[in-house]
Design a protein around this ligand. Structure first.
Ligand code: ZN
Length: 330
Protein backbone atom coordinates (compact mmCIF):
# COMPACT_ATOMS: atom_id res chain seq x y z
CA UNK A 1 0.00 0.00 0.00
CA UNK A 2 2.76 2.41 1.03
CA UNK A 3 4.63 1.48 -2.09
CA UNK A 4 1.60 2.31 -4.20
CA UNK A 5 1.23 5.72 -2.56
CA UNK A 6 4.93 6.41 -3.15
CA UNK A 7 4.68 5.43 -6.82
CA UNK A 8 1.60 7.60 -7.28
CA UNK A 9 3.32 10.58 -5.61
CA UNK A 10 6.43 10.22 -7.75
CA UNK A 11 4.25 10.04 -10.91
CA UNK A 12 2.46 13.23 -9.87
CA UNK A 13 5.79 14.93 -9.27
CA UNK A 14 6.99 13.79 -12.73
CA UNK A 15 3.83 15.12 -14.40
CA UNK A 16 4.16 18.41 -12.56
CA UNK A 17 7.79 18.63 -13.75
CA UNK A 18 6.77 17.99 -17.37
CA UNK A 19 4.00 20.63 -17.12
CA UNK A 20 6.47 23.14 -15.70
CA UNK A 21 8.97 22.45 -18.46
CA UNK A 22 6.26 22.84 -21.09
CA UNK A 23 5.18 26.15 -19.55
CA UNK A 24 8.79 27.40 -19.59
CA UNK A 25 9.18 26.27 -23.20
CA UNK A 26 5.98 28.11 -24.21
CA UNK A 27 7.09 31.31 -22.43
CA UNK A 28 10.51 31.09 -24.11
CA UNK A 29 8.86 30.63 -27.52
CA UNK A 30 6.58 33.60 -26.88
CA UNK A 31 9.57 35.76 -25.90
CA UNK A 32 11.40 34.68 -29.08
CA UNK A 33 8.38 35.53 -31.29
CA UNK A 34 8.00 38.94 -29.59
CA UNK A 35 11.73 39.59 -30.13
CA UNK A 36 11.46 38.73 -33.86
CA UNK A 37 8.39 41.00 -34.25
CA UNK A 38 10.15 43.82 -32.39
CA UNK A 39 13.26 43.46 -34.58
CA UNK A 40 11.07 43.55 -37.71
CA UNK A 41 9.24 46.68 -36.50
CA UNK A 42 12.54 48.40 -35.63
CA UNK A 43 13.86 47.61 -39.15
CA UNK A 44 10.67 48.98 -40.72
CA UNK A 45 10.92 52.16 -38.65
CA UNK A 46 14.58 52.56 -39.62
CA UNK A 47 13.83 52.13 -43.34
CA UNK A 48 10.86 54.52 -43.28
CA UNK A 49 12.73 57.09 -41.18
CA UNK A 50 15.51 57.00 -43.81
CA UNK A 51 12.85 57.78 -46.46
CA UNK A 52 11.47 60.59 -44.34
CA UNK A 53 14.95 61.95 -43.82
CA UNK A 54 15.39 62.09 -47.59
CA UNK A 55 12.00 63.76 -47.88
CA UNK A 56 12.85 66.43 -45.37
CA UNK A 57 16.04 67.27 -47.23
CA UNK A 58 14.17 69.36 -49.83
CA UNK A 59 15.65 72.58 -51.13
CA UNK A 60 13.03 75.24 -51.81
CA UNK A 61 12.64 77.53 -54.84
CA UNK A 62 9.81 80.07 -54.71
CA UNK A 63 8.40 81.77 -57.79
CA UNK A 64 5.29 83.87 -58.49
CA UNK A 65 2.90 80.90 -58.73
CA UNK A 66 4.87 77.89 -57.49
CA UNK A 67 6.84 76.51 -54.56
CA UNK A 68 9.30 74.04 -56.01
CA UNK A 69 10.88 71.49 -53.63
CA UNK A 70 13.87 69.72 -55.11
CA UNK A 71 16.86 67.56 -54.27
CA UNK A 72 19.00 69.30 -56.90
CA UNK A 73 18.75 73.08 -57.30
CA UNK A 74 19.56 72.91 -61.06
CA UNK A 75 16.61 70.54 -61.64
CA UNK A 76 14.34 72.66 -59.44
CA UNK A 77 15.17 75.79 -61.43
CA UNK A 78 14.43 74.03 -64.73
CA UNK A 79 11.06 72.82 -63.45
CA UNK A 80 10.21 76.18 -61.91
CA UNK A 81 11.00 77.99 -65.19
CA UNK A 82 8.95 75.55 -67.23
CA UNK A 83 6.00 75.70 -64.79
CA UNK A 84 5.89 79.52 -64.81
CA UNK A 85 6.09 79.55 -68.61
CA UNK A 86 3.12 77.18 -68.95
CA UNK A 87 1.03 78.58 -66.08
CA UNK A 88 -0.34 81.83 -67.55
CA UNK A 89 -1.59 80.15 -70.76
CA UNK A 90 -3.29 77.32 -68.84
CA UNK A 91 -4.92 79.73 -66.38
CA UNK A 92 -6.12 82.01 -69.21
CA UNK A 93 -7.61 79.07 -71.16
CA UNK A 94 -9.36 77.66 -68.10
CA UNK A 95 -10.42 81.08 -66.77
CA UNK A 96 -9.42 80.14 -63.25
CA UNK A 97 -6.58 81.18 -60.98
CA UNK A 98 -5.71 78.82 -58.07
CA UNK A 99 -5.97 80.44 -54.65
CA UNK A 100 -2.53 79.29 -53.47
CA UNK A 101 0.84 78.66 -55.02
CA UNK A 102 1.10 75.13 -56.37
CA UNK A 103 3.71 72.92 -54.67
CA UNK A 104 5.90 70.92 -57.04
CA UNK A 105 8.15 68.15 -55.70
CA UNK A 106 11.03 67.31 -58.01
CA UNK A 107 12.49 63.88 -57.25
CA UNK A 108 15.96 62.88 -58.28
CA UNK A 109 15.54 59.52 -56.60
CA UNK A 110 13.11 57.58 -58.81
CA UNK A 111 12.56 54.72 -56.36
CA UNK A 112 11.61 57.15 -53.58
CA UNK A 113 9.24 58.88 -56.03
CA UNK A 114 7.60 55.54 -56.92
CA UNK A 115 7.35 54.57 -53.25
CA UNK A 116 5.26 57.67 -52.60
CA UNK A 117 3.31 57.65 -55.87
CA UNK A 118 -0.41 57.10 -55.22
CA UNK A 119 -0.97 56.15 -58.87
CA UNK A 120 1.66 53.43 -59.27
CA UNK A 121 4.37 53.46 -61.93
CA UNK A 122 4.58 56.84 -63.65
CA UNK A 123 6.98 59.78 -64.05
CA UNK A 124 4.64 62.48 -62.73
CA UNK A 125 1.34 62.81 -60.87
CA UNK A 126 -0.79 65.49 -59.28
CA UNK A 127 -2.98 65.70 -56.20
CA UNK A 128 -5.13 68.75 -57.01
CA UNK A 129 -6.76 69.03 -53.59
CA UNK A 130 -3.43 68.82 -51.81
CA UNK A 131 -2.27 71.49 -54.29
CA UNK A 132 0.62 69.19 -55.14
CA UNK A 133 2.48 67.99 -58.21
CA UNK A 134 5.32 65.43 -58.10
CA UNK A 135 7.73 64.72 -60.89
CA UNK A 136 10.63 62.29 -61.18
CA UNK A 137 13.54 63.67 -63.14
CA UNK A 138 15.49 61.12 -65.14
CA UNK A 139 18.17 61.71 -67.78
CA UNK A 140 15.74 61.88 -70.68
CA UNK A 141 12.91 63.56 -68.78
CA UNK A 142 10.24 65.28 -70.76
CA UNK A 143 9.30 68.52 -69.02
CA UNK A 144 5.94 68.75 -70.83
CA UNK A 145 4.51 66.49 -68.10
CA UNK A 146 4.65 69.58 -65.86
CA UNK A 147 2.21 71.43 -68.16
CA UNK A 148 -0.03 68.32 -68.12
CA UNK A 149 -0.11 68.16 -64.31
CA UNK A 150 -0.65 71.93 -63.93
CA UNK A 151 -3.69 71.59 -66.21
CA UNK A 152 -5.08 68.86 -63.89
CA UNK A 153 -4.53 70.94 -60.74
CA UNK A 154 -6.04 74.16 -62.15
CA UNK A 155 -8.99 72.50 -63.94
CA UNK A 156 -9.96 70.12 -61.12
CA UNK A 157 -9.67 72.88 -58.49
CA UNK A 158 -11.96 75.05 -60.63
CA UNK A 159 -14.81 72.47 -60.61
CA UNK A 160 -17.48 72.38 -57.89
CA UNK A 161 -17.73 68.59 -58.31
CA UNK A 162 -15.01 66.66 -60.13
CA UNK A 163 -17.22 63.54 -60.35
CA UNK A 164 -19.44 65.39 -62.85
CA UNK A 165 -16.71 65.50 -65.50
CA UNK A 166 -15.60 62.27 -67.22
CA UNK A 167 -12.08 60.92 -66.97
CA UNK A 168 -11.56 61.17 -70.75
CA UNK A 169 -12.35 64.91 -70.74
CA UNK A 170 -10.00 65.71 -67.83
CA UNK A 171 -7.12 63.72 -69.38
CA UNK A 172 -7.88 64.90 -72.92
CA UNK A 173 -7.85 68.53 -71.77
CA UNK A 174 -4.47 68.07 -70.05
CA UNK A 175 -2.97 66.56 -73.22
CA UNK A 176 -4.55 69.32 -75.29
CA UNK A 177 -3.07 72.01 -73.01
CA UNK A 178 0.39 70.46 -72.75
CA UNK A 179 0.57 69.55 -76.43
CA UNK A 180 0.80 65.96 -77.70
CA UNK A 181 4.23 64.38 -77.27
CA UNK A 182 5.78 61.37 -79.05
CA UNK A 183 3.96 58.88 -76.82
CA UNK A 184 0.64 60.49 -77.70
CA UNK A 185 1.39 60.28 -81.44
CA UNK A 186 2.28 56.60 -81.09
CA UNK A 187 -0.91 55.73 -79.18
CA UNK A 188 -2.90 57.93 -81.59
CA UNK A 189 -1.86 55.75 -84.55
CA UNK A 190 -2.76 52.63 -82.52
CA UNK A 191 -6.21 54.14 -81.83
CA UNK A 192 -6.68 54.78 -85.55
CA UNK A 193 -5.77 51.18 -86.34
CA UNK A 194 -8.49 49.95 -83.96
CA UNK A 195 -12.14 50.90 -83.63
CA UNK A 196 -12.66 54.61 -82.93
CA UNK A 197 -16.10 54.05 -81.36
CA UNK A 198 -18.47 56.65 -79.97
CA UNK A 199 -18.08 59.44 -77.39
CA UNK A 200 -20.68 57.76 -75.19
CA UNK A 201 -18.61 54.54 -75.14
CA UNK A 202 -15.75 56.31 -73.36
CA UNK A 203 -15.17 55.63 -69.70
CA UNK A 204 -16.57 58.09 -67.16
CA UNK A 205 -14.42 56.76 -64.35
CA UNK A 206 -10.67 56.14 -64.56
CA UNK A 207 -10.30 52.62 -66.02
CA UNK A 208 -8.33 50.08 -64.00
CA UNK A 209 -6.33 48.89 -66.99
CA UNK A 210 -3.47 51.22 -67.96
CA UNK A 211 -3.92 50.57 -71.70
CA UNK A 212 -7.61 51.51 -71.43
CA UNK A 213 -6.58 54.65 -69.48
CA UNK A 214 -4.24 55.71 -72.29
CA UNK A 215 -6.79 54.98 -74.99
CA UNK A 216 -9.51 56.97 -73.21
CA UNK A 217 -7.12 59.86 -72.61
CA UNK A 218 -6.01 59.99 -76.27
CA UNK A 219 -9.58 59.78 -77.54
CA UNK A 220 -10.49 62.55 -75.11
CA UNK A 221 -7.68 64.65 -76.53
CA UNK A 222 -8.82 63.96 -80.11
CA UNK A 223 -12.41 64.99 -79.27
CA UNK A 224 -11.27 68.24 -77.60
CA UNK A 225 -8.97 68.95 -80.53
CA UNK A 226 -11.92 68.35 -82.89
CA UNK A 227 -14.21 70.68 -80.88
CA UNK A 228 -11.56 73.43 -80.94
CA UNK A 229 -10.97 73.02 -84.70
CA UNK A 230 -14.58 72.72 -85.83
CA UNK A 231 -16.45 74.78 -83.21
CA UNK A 232 -13.74 77.24 -82.19
CA UNK A 233 -11.73 78.06 -79.08
CA UNK A 234 -14.50 80.23 -77.63
CA UNK A 235 -16.99 77.32 -77.71
CA UNK A 236 -14.48 75.16 -75.84
CA UNK A 237 -13.94 77.92 -73.27
CA UNK A 238 -17.68 78.40 -72.85
CA UNK A 239 -18.12 74.63 -72.33
CA UNK A 240 -15.41 74.69 -69.64
CA UNK A 241 -17.09 77.68 -67.98
CA UNK A 242 -20.41 75.81 -67.78
CA UNK A 243 -18.67 72.80 -66.24
CA UNK A 244 -17.02 75.11 -63.69
CA UNK A 245 -20.53 76.36 -62.85
CA UNK A 246 -21.54 72.77 -62.09
CA UNK A 247 -23.69 72.03 -65.18
CA UNK A 248 -24.32 68.44 -66.19
CA UNK A 249 -21.56 67.36 -68.59
CA UNK A 250 -23.59 66.26 -71.63
CA UNK A 251 -26.11 69.13 -71.20
CA UNK A 252 -23.19 71.60 -71.28
CA UNK A 253 -21.61 69.81 -74.26
CA UNK A 254 -24.80 69.71 -76.34
CA UNK A 255 -25.81 73.24 -75.30
CA UNK A 256 -22.52 74.81 -76.36
CA UNK A 257 -22.00 72.84 -79.57
CA UNK A 258 -25.65 72.92 -80.64
CA UNK A 259 -25.65 69.21 -81.58
CA UNK A 260 -26.65 66.06 -79.74
CA UNK A 261 -23.91 63.85 -78.29
CA UNK A 262 -24.76 61.16 -80.86
CA UNK A 263 -24.50 63.63 -83.73
CA UNK A 264 -21.17 64.88 -82.34
CA UNK A 265 -19.98 61.27 -82.15
CA UNK A 266 -20.84 60.69 -85.82
CA UNK A 267 -19.16 63.94 -86.90
CA UNK A 268 -16.04 63.12 -84.91
CA UNK A 269 -15.97 59.56 -86.25
CA UNK A 270 -16.12 60.80 -89.89
CA UNK A 271 -13.43 63.40 -89.19
CA UNK A 272 -11.02 60.90 -87.59
CA UNK A 273 -11.66 58.28 -90.31
CA UNK A 274 -10.73 60.83 -92.98
CA UNK A 275 -7.65 61.81 -90.97
CA UNK A 276 -6.57 58.20 -90.48
CA UNK A 277 -6.90 57.60 -94.27
CA UNK A 278 -4.79 60.71 -94.92
CA UNK A 279 -2.20 59.50 -92.41
CA UNK A 280 -2.19 56.07 -94.07
CA UNK A 281 -1.66 57.59 -97.52
CA UNK A 282 1.09 59.82 -96.17
CA UNK A 283 2.80 56.81 -94.63
CA UNK A 284 2.53 54.95 -97.94
CA UNK A 285 4.10 57.95 -99.64
CA UNK A 286 6.98 57.92 -97.13
CA UNK A 287 7.44 54.17 -97.67
CA UNK A 288 7.43 54.80 -101.47
CA UNK A 289 10.06 57.53 -101.17
CA UNK A 290 12.14 55.31 -98.93
CA UNK A 291 11.92 52.39 -101.41
CA UNK A 292 12.84 54.67 -104.37
CA UNK A 293 15.79 55.97 -102.35
CA UNK A 294 16.98 52.43 -101.59
CA UNK A 295 16.60 51.34 -105.25
CA UNK A 296 18.55 54.38 -106.47
CA UNK A 297 21.29 53.62 -103.97
CA UNK A 298 21.42 49.96 -105.02
CA UNK A 299 21.46 50.85 -108.78
CA UNK A 300 24.30 53.36 -108.23
CA UNK A 301 26.25 50.71 -106.32
CA UNK A 302 25.83 48.15 -109.14
CA UNK A 303 26.82 50.75 -111.76
CA UNK A 304 30.02 51.65 -109.87
CA UNK A 305 30.85 47.97 -109.36
CA UNK A 306 30.45 47.18 -113.06
CA UNK A 307 32.47 50.22 -114.04
CA UNK A 308 35.27 49.24 -111.67
CA UNK A 309 35.20 45.62 -112.94
CA UNK A 310 35.38 46.76 -116.59
CA UNK A 311 38.28 49.07 -115.80
CA UNK A 312 40.10 46.29 -114.01
CA UNK A 313 39.58 43.93 -116.98
CA UNK A 314 40.86 46.57 -119.42
CA UNK A 315 43.93 47.13 -117.25
CA UNK A 316 44.61 43.40 -117.15
CA UNK A 317 44.23 43.12 -120.95
CA UNK A 318 46.59 46.12 -121.40
CA UNK A 319 49.12 44.54 -119.01
CA UNK A 320 49.01 41.24 -120.97
CA UNK A 321 49.74 43.02 -124.24
CA UNK A 322 52.67 44.85 -122.62
CA UNK A 323 54.04 41.55 -121.33
CA UNK A 324 53.66 40.05 -124.83
CA UNK A 325 55.63 42.97 -126.31
CA UNK A 326 58.39 42.44 -123.77
CA UNK A 327 58.55 38.79 -124.75
CA UNK A 328 58.82 39.67 -128.42
CA UNK A 329 61.65 42.04 -127.74
CA UNK A 330 63.60 39.34 -125.89
ZN1 ZN B 1 -3.17 63.11 -66.60
Amino acid sequence: MLKDIKTCLSENIEREKVRKMLRIFRIRMQIRIICVILAFLICQFWVSSRGLAEETNWKKIESADFMVYCEKISQGRKVSGRAEKAFSGIVADLGYQPKNKINIYVYNNHSLFLKESPVGVTTAYSQPFLNKIAISITKESNLDVIDHEISHVVFLQSLPDTAQVPFWFVEGLAIFQSGPNQDVSRIESEVFQGEIGSITDLSWEKPEDSKAQQENAIKGYLIIEYIEKEYGKNTLRSLIKDLQRGDDFFTALEGNLGVSKNELSKEWYRYEKTRSKQMYMQNLQYIGFFAIGLLTLAATGVWFKNKWKRRHELEEEGGGEEEGKEENRV
